[in-house]
Design a protein around this ligand. Structure first.
Ligand SMILES: Nc1ncnc2c1ncn2[C@@H]1O[C@H](COP(=O)(O)OP(=O)(O)OP(=O)(O)O)[C@@H](O)[C@H]1O
Ligand SMILES: [Mg+2]
Length: 404
């Protein structure tokens, strides 16, 4: 029977030496393995320490986070909650843990919260929900919940933030914006009323005075034959003619100014003819061709107030084109839909850029928007640099009348 020792022994008798070498190699290998194990152990201890440290850090973060952090199970029961979360719901952690969060929400918020919980677990997406709870003192609190279910779908992490103050500020801003809007609408209406009154004054007083002057002048001219000296008569006739021309100019200016102040043409000749007259004046003044494509009834497509507001917006848009656009042509087109009319003033000029559109200094554009809001309409301005600008006014159906 052969043994390991015998198998390794050579014919020259050096077998003992080989065994020793093999042993030495094995020993060296074992030492190396031991050293590797030692290193692995050291690494593991180090990693464990780091993990513990990280855990402590996260635990401290969880504990001292200024927002509420909660873990919920699928039923919405609280598995874990930090201190901020507990004080948000006006109670202590012991009372919250294990209870369904719904119990701490106002009755009105519960349906919204249930839908949020179901969707959060079903979709696996980050979800938002706004709920109402009560502070320790019983004051209502608005709480925003942001949550996402964990990968195994058995629990979810939620961050709860008190947004009561934020909501109050947003509400106040909304209210003050609404007040500003009302104020702007009131100012526009007062301005329009004052223009009407001024136009009436001009027409009734100055107009009457000028008419009387013309009448008296005619009498003077008729009486001129009483002047004996033909030279004097000639000079007086020339003066009378000149005076007559001045009075005619003054009458035309009064009419024009009164017309500008109160576009009486709107009620006399009708909305679309008034727009056409305005664009004809614009073309005569600027040399920019302007086409008009009306819709709705030509005379009274809108109520008086809406007609004036839309007319003023068109005037301001045309003034802007004359001043800023460097356009060759303008088109005023109107399309009718189930919702009402959309009246667009389209030019092929330089276009408005974003900064000008949203600048608080663009008072003309702001005024146009405010005017549109006075009748529940909207104003959209679209500028394509180098290709022109479109100002679109939407006029709700209740103000838009069908064509004849
Ligand atoms: N059709 C247009 N084409 C190119 N730029 C325009 C056009 N309309 C307005 N803009 C630009 O938008 C800016 C704001 O217009 P907005 O009417 O508010 O002010 P404004 O015309 O400069 O002054 P105002 O208060 O007298 O109307 C203008 O200064 C001009 O640069
Ligand atoms: Mg302007």
């Amino acid at each position: 029977m052969s043994t390991t020792g015998q198998r390794g022994r050579s014919s020259d008798g050096s077998g003992g030496g080989n065994e020793e070498r093999v042993e030495k190699i094995r020993l060296a290998e074992m030492r190396m393995r031991m050293a590797a194990l030692e290193r692995e152990k050291r690494d593991l201890v180090q990693a464990k320490m780091e993990a513990e440290e990280r855990l402590l850090r996260y635990a401290a973060l969880f504990e001292h986070a200024p927002v509420g952090c909660l873990t919920l199970d699928r039923r919405g029961a609280i598995v874990e909650v930090n201190q901020s979360g507990a004080s948000l719901f006006g109670t202590d952690r012991a009372r919250l843990t294990g209870k369904r969060i719904e119990l701490f929400l106002s009755v009105e918020s519960r349906a919204a919260f249930s839908a949020f919980l179901a969707e959060m677990f079903d979709s696996g997406r980050r979800m938002f929900c706004e709920v109402e709870a009560s502070s320790k003192e019983g004051a209502p609190l608005a709480i925003e919940l942001v949550g996402m279910s964990l990968e195994d779908g058995r629990a979810s992490h939620l961050v709860a933030t008190d947004i009561t103050e934020r909501k109050r500020i947003v509400g106040e801003m909304e209210r003050s914006r609404e007040e500003l809007r009302n104020l702007a609408a009131r100012l526009l209406s007062v301005r329009e009323d004052e223009r009407t009154a001024l136009a009436r004054e001009l027409h009734d007083n100055l107009g009457q005075l000028l008419a009387a002057m013309k009448f008296n002048l005619a009498w003077l001219r008729r009486s001129m034959k009483c002047v004996g000296d033909p030279e004097k008569r000639k000079a007086i006739r020339a003066k009378a003619l000149e005076l007559g021309a001045f009075i005619d100019d003054a009458i035309a200016t009064v009419r024009q100014t009164a017309g500008d102040l109160r576009p009486a043409v709107l009620s006399v000749i009708g909305f679309w003819p008034a727009i056409e007259a305005e664009t004809a004046r614009f073309t005569a003044r600027t040399g920019i061709a302007c086409a008009v494509e009306p819709c709705g009834s030509p005379k009274r497509p809108y109520t008086d107030k809406v007609s004036i507001a839309v007319f003023r917006i068109v005037q301001e848009a045309l003034t802007n084109i004359a001043l800023h656009a460097k356009a060759d042509t303008v088109r005023i087109s109107c399309t009718a839909s189930e919702d009402g009319h959309t009246l667009s003033i389209i030019d092929d000029g330089s276009g408005i850029d974003e900064a000008e559109l949203s600048s608080p200094n663009s008072l003309g554009l702001i005024g146009m928007r405010e005017r549109a809001r006075t009748f529940g309409g909207e104003l959209a301005v679209l500028g394509v640099p180098g290709s022109g600008t479109t100002v679109a006014i939407s006029i709700p159906i209740r103000h838009a009348r069908r064509g004849p």
